[in-house]
Design a protein around this ligand. Sequence first.
Ligand SMILES: Cc1cc2nc3c(=O)[nH]c(=O)nc-3n(C[C@H](O)[C@H](O)[C@H](O)COP(=O)(O)OP(=O)(O)OC[C@H]3O[C@@H](n4cnc5c(N)ncnc54)[C@H](O)[C@@H]3O)c2cc1C
Length: 408
Amino acid sequence: MSDSPAGFSLELSSDLREMRDWVHEFAASVIRPAAAEWDEREQTPWPILQEAAKIGLYSLDFFATQFFEESGLGIPVAFEELFWGDAGIGLSLVASGLAGIAVTANGTPEQIGEWLPLMFGTADDVKLGAFCSSEPDAGSDVASIRTRAIYDEKTDEWVINGVKTWATNGGIANVHVVVASVDPALGSRGQATFIVPPGTRGLSMGQKFRKHGIRASHTAEVILDDVRVPGRCLVGGKDKLDRRLARIRDGGQGGEQAAMKTFEASRPSVAAMAVGVARAATEFATEYARTRVQFGRPIGQNQGVAFQLADMAASVDAARLLTWRAAWMARAGQPFDRAEGSMSKLVAGETAVRVTEQAIQILGGNGYTREYPVERWHRDAKIFTIFEGTSEIQRMLIGRTITRLDIR
Ligand SMILES: Cc1cc2nc3c(=O)[nH]c(=O)nc-3n(C[C@H](O)[C@H](O)[C@H](O)COP(=O)(O)OP(=O)(O)OC[C@H]3O[C@@H](n4cnc5c(N)ncnc54)[C@H](O)[C@@H]3O)c2cc1C
């Protein structure tokens, strides 16, 4: 960040601006032209992942550089551009990184060094990672996770059984990161995160979902049937887990739920995705309104249309500012005392849905057809009020934090 007299600046560093322009170029020239095709194919866009890997955009190095970027804005800036290109392809490009965060959040340096590279592979052999927390009976209610991990002392292995659902890259990933209960009596505090290495027996893909939007991103069930993973695959290690469980059983604090810690860290990133889609729709609708003529003048000359565009532009910027604030706070190690991460995800997600709907309206009949991208952006946008905690759950977290009441 540049030094400003007041010690505060929203100006991006030259490195960040350069990275933003580089990602934007890829989004404009490679992702966006391919978006409609992969939306229809409803498949992981492997050729695009490979192209991104060749230039280093799909790589652990790129992800880690942005994740550790000093202002905290590396990931939000990159994600906004990718999702401006297309949300389905964008999610395919970033989901491995999100699975990586689940390991980074609690893992040892050895675990990060061993497993994260396998989530990305190489430019010649691209791989994926998947984060598996949700279950058929445990979506918003993370405490209800039934997948069970039992330690086998004789072999120093964990044996995992259960069914995960809605896993992005589930069943096609090289490395799966799975949240399981190690002590069901402790509810969410008795959960831990496990790495399931490539080719582990007992892990298989269940149903692949056909979706409303982000259709280029693969979403599926993951079945874990007597999956055995080595002891070193428990994220954070057994000593740390044993100490935490002992503290909880003694009536002390046990730290955060395993899945919740991942979500806290990733919320501003998900908010940035929503900002990218909302910005795409706002730009497209603005250009359309400047050129589409009815009653002898561009439709944008009607206040009814221009005011909508004004609201759209202002709300995209407001969502981005909340996103940048949360990302900056997370990087600076400041606690989200007012649930700032949830605020960013809530506002950006709702903005994306509203703004893409307004864009369809401004394009009229054209907006409703697949000849134009705004109907796809509207379908894509809806995911941002659902995954990584629904809008209602974000409101509950914000409500609890600001009132300090036990809101249910
Ligand atoms: C495309 C896609 C990709 C996904 N990717 C992943 C992934 O990679 N890994 C993963 O683990 N999960 C993933 N998910 C799962 C996602 O996080 C869940 O769908 C989400 O958390 C909601 O859970 P649910 O679907 O079970 O809905 P439910 O929890 O059943 O909620 C249904 C409705 O009830 C509301 N509700 C529930 N409880 C309350 C409450 N206390 N107060 C008010 N309202 C409430 C919700 O807000 C929602 O509107 C993905 C989902 C989708 C659709």
